[in-house]
Design a binder for this molecule. Structure first.
Ligand code: ADP
Ligand code: ZN
Length: 734
C-alpha cells in the first residue's frame, strides 16, 4: 500500500507552510478548525503578515513552544495535490526557487482580501442622458471587457478620463458599484450544441482526439495542418468531449489580447464565451477567473502562457495553438517554455495536450516522428481552398534603385490585385522607418546610450527608439558624434519607409500599416485588423504581427520584402524561425480559395538557399529532416540538452571576472559529460546599462543537467552585490 498523503491537519498540529518569501518553507501551528493541504493561508513572519500555502506535515527541528499559529485562511479553494506536484516538478526542471513558483501560481489580485473590501464597477442597465465623449470612452472600455470588474480609479485611468466622469456615470446608474465580490460562475458552455459538419479528415482527427480523452490518461498529440485546414474546428471537438466529461479545458493562443475572433467562435460553438486570461483583462476579472478555475466554475479558459498556472480543479485538456510561437517562452523572472510545462502539467493531471501548428517546432516534430507524441495531419485546406503559389523574386535580376524595396515583379503583381479589387500584403519584419541612422559626414551610427543597440528611426512618432530598452529621443538635426548638420541618413528599410514607397507608387490605393508600435492599445490594433478583414484596405504593410492567425478574406498576394532577413546569423534556430515565419505569412494569402487562390512572392538574393527552397517546394518534411539531421550531428536540442546562464552587472569588469571564476569551477558539469561555452558577451551585450555575459552548457540527452547545474552554483563563491544570475533551461537561441 502506498503511504496515504496526509491532507488534513487538526487544530494545533505542526504544519509546513510554503511562504512566498525567499525563506521558503516554515513550520506553523494549524489554526482553529484545522486546515487542509494546499490551503492558502496568511502567516506571521517577523512583524509582517505574508501569504503561503500549507504544504504538508511540519518539518520539525524547531522548538514547538516557539511556533506561531496560522493567522487566517485565504478565501480560496486549496491548491490541488496535482498543482502542488506540478509546481514542485517545474521548480526542479527550471531551477526556480519554490517561493517564486508559488507567487506565479497565486498571481491574481486581491485573493487574500476578505470579501467586501473591494469596490468594483459593473455595467448598469440605464443609459446616461448626456453622452459626452468622456462618458462614451468609459462605457467603451467597460464594453471591451465584457462589462465587468473595474475598480473606479482603474476604469478612469484606462478610459483616460477624470474620476469625476466615472462618478457621474455611477450617479446616473449607467455603472453599478458593488462592495461584495461578484465572483460569479461563468456562463454554461453547452458541448451538445451541434458543431459544423466536419470534412472526412477532420472527422477522423476529431475522433482520434476524443478517443484519447476518453482514456482519461496523459497523452500529447501534434495536430499539423496548413493555416485554414480546419485545425481549430477539430480541437474544438476535443474541447467539447472534455466538457462532456465535466473536466476543464485550457486553450493557449499566442496573441490572445489582440483577437476576439476566437472568443466569438467559442460562443458560436458552445453558446457562451469562455473565461479569458491575459494582460488586457481587468483586476476584477483576473480575480474572478482565478477563483472560478479553482472551484471548477469555469469550463474553458482561453489565455496567454501564464494561464497554465491557474489552479484548475480538474484539467482534462490543454490546447496550444501555434505551438511553435516564440511568445510561449518566457525569458524573464522564471524562464520557462509554456509548451513544455503544459506537457508536464498534463502528465501529472492525466490530461491530453494538443499542439497545433502549420509549422511545428523542431522539438515537437521530432517527438512526433519518434512516436513520443501522437501525430495527426490535416492535409488540405478546408473546403478545397488552395495553398498560395509560391515563387522567388531573384533580386539580383531585378532593376531596383537604391532606397527602393519593391521590385518590378512584385509591383506588377500588386497592380494586378488593385485592378481586381483584391488585397496585397507586404511583409517586412522591421518596425520603424529605417534600421540604421548613419552620419554621412563621420560615418557613425546613432546608438542607444544604455544598450549595445542602434537607435531606430520611427518617423510616425518623430523619434529615435531603442528596440532593446524602449528609450526614445528626438531625431537630432546634427550628428551627435561630429556635430555636422543635415548629414544624417536613413539606411535600410522599415515598415514606415516601405509605406512611403507604397504611397508614391500606388497613390490611389488604401493602405494600412500594421506594426505593434503604431497602436497605443490592443483595442486600436484589433479595430485596424477588423477594418482590414472587412475589405477597407488595398495594401497592408506589416511586421510579424500579421503572421498570426488573422483572417483576411480578400487577400490574394503576399510579398515578402526581404526573405533573406533572418536566414543568416549565428543562431542555430535561425533557419527554423525563418521557415516558420515565411510559411505562416505566405499562408495568409487565399484562405477562402475559389478564384482568390493566392500567390506568395519572396524577394531574395539567394533563391538557392535551403530554407527558401523548402518554402517554395512545399516539402516541409524535407526541411525538418535536414534540420533534424544538422541538430543531431551537432548534439543540439532536441538531441542534446542546453542551458544558458546569463550574468549581468552595471560594471563590465565585475561581471566578466565573476563569470571567469564560474568557468574555472565547472567540475560538477564535467562529471555529467557537459561542455561549457563562454563566458562570452550575450547576444545583446548591454541592456539598460547592465553588461551581460552568457555561458552555454551543452550536455548529452540523458545527463542530469539540472542537478549538475545546482551543484555547480552551490559551490560558487558569493556573487558581488547587484550581480544578477539567471538560468535558462532549453534556451530559445543557441
Ligand atoms: P486552422 O485552425 O487550421 O487555421 P480553421 O479551423 O480556422 O483552420 O478553419 C479555417 C476556416 O474554415 C474557418 O473559417 C472555419 O470556420 C472554416 N471551416 C473549417 N472546418 C469547417 C467545417 N467543417 N465546416 C465549415 N467551415 C469550416
Ligand atoms: Zn537601449
Amino acid at each position: 500500500m502506498p503511504e496515504a498523503i496526509q491532507t488534513y491537519f487538526p487544530h494545533g498540529s505542526r504544519i509546513a507552510v510554503l511562504t512566498q518569501e525567499p525563506v521558503g518553507m516554515l513550520d506553523y501551528l494549524a489554526p482553529e478548525g484545522g486546515v487542509r493541504v494546499g490551503q492558502l493561508v496568511i502567516v506571521p513572519l517577523g512583524p509582517r503578515r505574508v501569504m503561503g500555502a500549507v504544504w504538508g506535515p511540519g518539518l520539525g527541528g524547531f522548538d514547538a513552544a516557539k511556533l506561531r499559529p496560522v493567522q487566517r485562511l485565504v478565501e480560496a479553494e486549496p491548491l490541488s495535490l496535482e498543482m502542488m506536484e506540478f509546481l514542485g516538478r517545474m521548480a526542479e526542471y527550471t531551477l526556480t526557487p519554490m517561493p517564486m513558483m508559488l507567487r506565479m501560481a497565486t498571481r491574481a489580485p486581491d485573493i487574500d482580501q476578505p470579501p467586501g473590501a473591494r469596490k468594483i464597477l459593473y455595467r448598469g442597465k440605464v443609459t446616461p442622458e448626456r453622452m459626452t465623449e468622456a462618458r462614451t470612452s468609459v462605457l467603451r472600455v467597460i464594453e471591451d471587457h465584457g462589462g465587468a470588474g473595474f475598480a473606479p480609479s482603474e476604469l478612469a485611468q484606462l478610459a483616460g478620463v477624470s474620476a469625476g466622469v466615472v462618478k457621474g456615470l455611477i450617479e446616473q446608474g449607467a455603472l453599478v458599484e458593488t462592495l461584495a465580490p461578484r465572483d460569479l460562475p461563468y456562463p454554461h458552455l453547452d458541448p451538445e450544441l451541434p458543431g459544423k459538419p466536419l470534412a472526412p479528415d477532420q472527422a477522423s482527427a476529431a475522433e482520434e482526439l476524443r478517443a484519447a480523452l476518453r482514456a482519461k490518461s496523459y497523452g500529447t498529440t501534434m495536430l499539423r495542418g496548413v493555416t485554414g485546414s480546419g485545425k481549430t474546428e477539430v480541437y474544438l471537438e476535443a474541447v467539447a468531449e472534455c466538457l462532456r466529461q465535466g473536466r476543464q479545458a485550457l486553450v493557449l493562443l499566442p496573441e490572445i489580447a489582440l483577437s476576439s475572433e476566437f472568443l466569438d467562435r467559442v460562443d458560436r460553438r458552445f453558446g457562451a464565451r469562455p473565461g479569458e486570461w491575459h494582460s488586457g483583462i481587468t483586476r476584477g476579472e483576473r480575480r474572478r477567473l482565478w477563483q472560478m478555475a479553482g472551484r471548477g466554475d469555469v469550463q474553458l479558459v482561453v489565455g496567454a502562457r501564464s494561464a497554465l498556472f491557474l489552479p484548475f480543479r480538474d484539467l482534462g485538456l490543454i490546447v496550444i495553438d501555434e505551438e511553435h510561437d516564440n511568445s510561449y517562452k518566457q525569458e524573464d523572472g522564471v524562464f520557462y517554455s509554456a509548451r513544455d510545462m503544459a506537457v508536464l502539467r498534463a502528465s501529472i493531471a492525466k490530461a491530453q495536450v494538443v499542439l497545433a501548428s502549420a509549422t511545428p517546432s523542431l522539438e515537437t516534430w521530432v517527438n512526433a516522428q519518434s512516436g513520443k507524441y501522437a501525430r495527426i495531419d490535416l492535409r488540405s485546406r478546408y473546403g478545397g481552398a488552395e495553398l498560395p503559389d509560391m515563387a522567388a523574386v531573384d533580386l539580383r535580376a531585378e532593376e531596383l534603385p537604391s532606397g527602393r524595396w519593391i521590385s518590378p515583379t512584385l509591383a506588377k503583381a500588386v497592380t494586378a490585385r488593385l485592378e481586381k479589387g483584391e488585397q496585397s500584403l507586404l511583409f517586412l519584419n522591421r518596425r520603424g522607418y529605417a534600421p540604421v541612422t548613419v552620419c554621412r559626414a563621420c560615418g557613425q551610427q546613432i546608438g542607444c546610450d544604455h544598450c549595445d543597440a542602434r537607435m531606430v528611426e520611427h518617423r510616425f512618432q518623430n523619434r529615435l527608439v531603442c528596440h532593446q530598452c524602449g528609450e526614445t529621443k528626438p531625431i537630432p538635426q546634427a550628428c551627435p558624434s561630429c556635430g555636422v548638420e543635415g548629414k544624417l541618413a536613413a539606411v535600410g528599410p522599415g515598415v514606415e519607409r516601405l509605406a512611403e514607397e507604397v504611397q508614391e507608387r500606388f497613390p490611389e490605393a488604401r493602405m494600412a500599416v500594421l506594426s505593434s508600435d503604431l497602436f497605443n492599445s490592443a483595442r486600436a490594433l484589433k479595430e485596424a485588423i477588423a477594418e482590414i478583414s472587412s475589405g477597407a484596405t488595398d495594401i497592408i504593410i506589416g511586421t510579424q504581427i500579421v503572421a498570426k492567425g488573422h483572417n483576411f478574406p480578400r487577400l490574394t498576394l503576399v510579398g515578402v520584402i526581404d526573405a533573406d532577413l533572418g536566414l543568416q546569423g549565428a543562431d542555430m534556430r535561425a533557419a527554423e524561425r525563418s521557415f516558420q515565419l515565411m510559411r505562416q505569412v505566405a499562408g495568409r494569402a487565399g484562405r477562402e480559395g475559389g478564384d482568390a487562390a493566392g500567390v506568395a512572392l519572396l524577394q531574395t538574393h539567394q533563391p538557392g538557399h535551403p530554407v527558401i527552397r523548402a518554402i517554395l517546394s512545399g516539402e516541409d518534411e524535407d526541411f525538418w529532416d535536414a534540420e533534424a539531421a544538422a541538430r543531431r550531428g551537432a548534439g543540439m536540442p532536441p538531441f542534446g540538452r542546453l542551458a544558458g546562464i546569463i550574468l549581468s552587472h552595471p560594471d563590465a569588469g565585475v561581471v566578466e571576472a565573476y563569470a571567469r571564476d564560474m568557468a574555472r569551477r565547472i567540475e560538477p558539469l564535467r562529471q555529467v559529460g557537459a561542455e561549457v561555452f563562454g563566458p562570452a558577451p550575450a547576444p545583446i551585450a548591454r541592456v539598460r546599462g547592465r553588461h551581460r555575459v552568457r555561458m552555454l552548457i551543452k550536455a548529452p540527452r540523458q545527463a542530469p543537467l539540472q542537478t549538475a547545474i545546482s551543484d555547480w552554483l552551490a559551490r560558487l563563491p558569493k556573487p558581488p552585490s547587484n550581480l544578477r544570475l539567471s538560468v535558462d533551461i532549453d534556451p530559445q537561441s543557441f
